[in-house]
Design a binder for this molecule. Structure first.
Ligand SMILES: [Zn+2]
Ligand SMILES: [Zn+2]
Length: 652
């Protein structure tokens, strides 16, 4: 008999060789029907991390177990990966003789890379593949795991003529190779998979792309088919509706409609051009952050957009990222090399170094909206979320080791204020710690790491942040805390980061004189609540569908006279509102009232004010909120106070 320990600490005995499915059945058949995979941590597993098991894989020794239902990311991964096998089975049935690359689960769904020989797959063929998948799924085919020798594995795929799988097998150790079979399809795979295909109830193949074998552009081009699958048809319907909504909220589309930013091939790919309304929005965001930062004792600095290459040799960036950066700029006379600034930190280190510092001066918080330039492959560029030039809301805090926790708490306060004011309600903090098994990978003493890791976790706990801890995810130079935000569509974005750094103070030889009169090394904290202005604005536009908070949005009030006759009154209204610091403008173009109202909606202007004869004679305005909500007619002064009051409340 073996002992199985459950997450609640309870222990049950089973025959050796029991499966996770049997264990679930012993609790309830209903649970067994819902469970898709299990994490099994055998007593002999020294890492304590365990492995995801197939539900049908025997457990031979004492172990802890966690059963995963659809809600768990582990289950989704197994579900989607198994769906890629199901797709491959369907493809092989429909296109005999094709060859397969790899077919992993991804964040949302799965893909498989396929060599179709001479055939060019088109979107019109996807439906038939989906139908075949569902037909095969209904057959309730088991995913059967077999361990094979390297020799047998190679023979199998050599006979099949699949050189891709043979290449993969060539890199594996004998004794570790497993095949999985569903129906007539056999794949080289480590697993795990679902118990059988019948739980896959809904499938949608989403797109086709070209992908080089192993990402190498010198090698064969394969066809990548992306898909997603669910255990219920209604889940697929919801997902497709979400995709549809995401399309409507695409920040590139909204940015165009609101005239916020544009791109020009002539200026260069990935280099955003902020239009007047976008720049206005951006300045307002900057001002908002500057104000809080001032309250927290940040000092503004300004540094150039380029720096001598030596600066980045000292910082280590050249060694790490040099080959992926823009090439250096050379001075015509001296032949000195300069780099477009990839990050602001080295410049700020030199500002710190510009005069002697005492323990009493610390923390020193240097803040800059610093524009940086990073080379991204043209295929990777995407709207404002992946660009080659962006402005970080950057700051570097130079602190004593005993100040890390307090400074972390203050940065968390700033970030939470930003989220609250901009209506991000759903977030969690991810704490990235070093891998204690692999300490040589990291710089800095054990003592410092232990202190900083404890300080971050305590700060997060004291601020009541929902936190997930990722061991082994720290950078080599220090632990960090990232904020993961869920937007209105449930998509997760990483916004806001706080990062401890022991490396740069070392490399730049930064010092302060301690209370003992000796030289000490400060700790550096990098932090950016927005991340970058570009990415933040993109996320904000998608989160709000462009309906930005009143205090932030470029145009707050659009005044539309019913006819030319009332243009003068409209202008008077505008002036009156401007005196209240309300951003209002008049649309008295020679267009129909209907058209001007529609455009006001498209530009997401929160208030539409219509003025005609009645309003002029009364000194009033007719007010409509965005979305067509009628607020009726009111005296002009009341309206101005309404708008000003809402702005004030939002920034409180
Ligand atoms: Zn697999
Ligand atoms: Zn930095």
């Amino acid at each position: 008999m073996i002992r199985i320990t459950f997450p609640d600490g309870s222990v049950k005995s089973f025959e050796a060789g029991v499966t996770a499915y049997d264990i679930a059945m012993s609790i309830s058949p209903r649970l067994a029907g819902d469970v898709l995979a299990a994490t099994v941590i055998p007593a002999s597993d020294a890492t304590g991390k365990g492995t995801i098991y197939d539900l049908t894989r025997p457990i031979d020794e004492d172990a802890s177990i966690r059963l995963h239902k659809w809600e768990d990311p582990e289950a989704k991964k197994v579900f989607w990966h198994s769906s890629s096998h199901l797709m491959a089975e369907a493809l092989e049935a429909l296109y005999p003789g094709i060859k397969f690359g790899i077919g992993p689960a991804i964040e949302n769904g799965f893909y498989y890379d396929v060599d179709f020989g001479g055939h060019q797959l088109t979107e019109s063929e996807l439906k038939a593949i989906e139908d075949k998948m569902l037909e095969l799924a209904r057959r309730k085919e088991s995913f059967v795991r077999t361990e094979v020798s390297k020799e047998d594995a190679l023979r199998n795929f050599t006979e099949k003529g699949d050189e891709y799988k043979c290449e993969l097998i060539g890199e594996l150790e004998d004794g570790t190779i497993t095949f999985y079979q569903n129906g007539d399809f056999t794949d080289l795979c480590r697993g795990p998979h679902l118990k059988d295909t019948s739980v896959i109830k809904a499938v949608k193949l989403l797109s086709i792309a070209a992908a080089y074998w192993r990402g190498d552009e010198k090698r064969h081009m394969l066809t990548r088919i992306y898909g997603i699958s669910f255990p219920k048809k209604s889940m697929l319907d919801e997902y497709l509706a979400m995709l549809e909504e995401a399309k409507k909220r695409d920040h590139r589309k909204i940015g165009k409609e609101m005239e916020l930013f544009t791109f020009s091939q002539k200026v260069g790919a990935g280099l955003p051009l902020w239009l007047p309304k976008g720049a206005d929005l951006r300045f307002r965001l900057e001002l908002f952050l500057r104000k809080i930062q001032q309250k927290y004792g940040y000092l503004p600095v300004v540094t150039p957009h380029i720096g001598n290459k030596e600066l980045y040799v000292t910082s280590g960036h050249w060694e790490h990222y040099g080959s992926d950066s823009f090439r250096p700029i050379t001075t015509p006379q001296e032949g000195e090399e300069y780099l477009l600034k990839p990050m602001n930190c080295p410049h700020h280190c030199e500002i710190y170094r510009s005069k002697p510092r005492s323990y009493k001066d610390l923390p020193i918080r240097l803040a800059e909206f610093g524009t940086v330039y990073r080379y991204e492959q043209s295929g990777e560029l995407h709207g404002l979320t992946r660009v080659r030039s962006f402005t970080q809301d950057d700051a570097h805090l130079f602190v004593r080791p005993d100040q890390i926790k307090e400074e972390f708490e203050k940065v968390i306060d700033i970030i939470l204020y930003v989220f609250k004011t901009l209506d991000f309600k759903n977030y969690k903090a991810q704490v990235s710690l070093r891998d204690p098994e692999n300490k040589t990978k990291y710089i800095g003493s054990d003592e410092n790491w232990a202190k900083a890791e404890a300080a971050i976790q305590e700060a997060a706990a004291e601020k009541g942040l929902p936190t997930v801890v990722e061991t082994g995810e720290a950078a080599f130079y220090g632990p960090k805390l990232d904020f993961m935000v869920k937007d209105a569509l449930g998509r997760e974005w990483q916004l806001g980061t706080i990062q401890v750094d022991y490396n740069l103070p070392e490399r730049f030889g930064l010092e302060y004189i301690g209370s003992d009169g000796q030289k000490h090394r400060p700790v550096m904290i990098h932090r950016a609540p927005f991340g970058s202005m570009e990415r933040f604005v993109a996320v904000l536009l998608e989160h709000t569908a462009g309906k930005l908070p009143l205090w932030l949005t470029p145009d707050q009030v659009n005044i539309v006279p019913v006819s030319e006759k009332f243009s003068d009154y409209a202008k008077k209204v505008c002036e009156f509102l401007n005196n209240y610091e309300i951003r209002a403008s008049v649309d008295d173009r020679n267009e129909t009232l209907g058209k001007r109202i529609r455009e006001s909606e498209l530009k997401r202007i929160p208030f539409l004010v219509i003025v005609g004869e009645k309003e002029e004679s009364e000194g009033s305005v007719s007010v409509r909120r965005q979305g067509g909500i009628d607020q009726g007619s009111m005296p002009l002064k009341d309206f101005a106070e309404l708008v000003a009051g809402e702005v004030k409340a939002q920034l409180a």
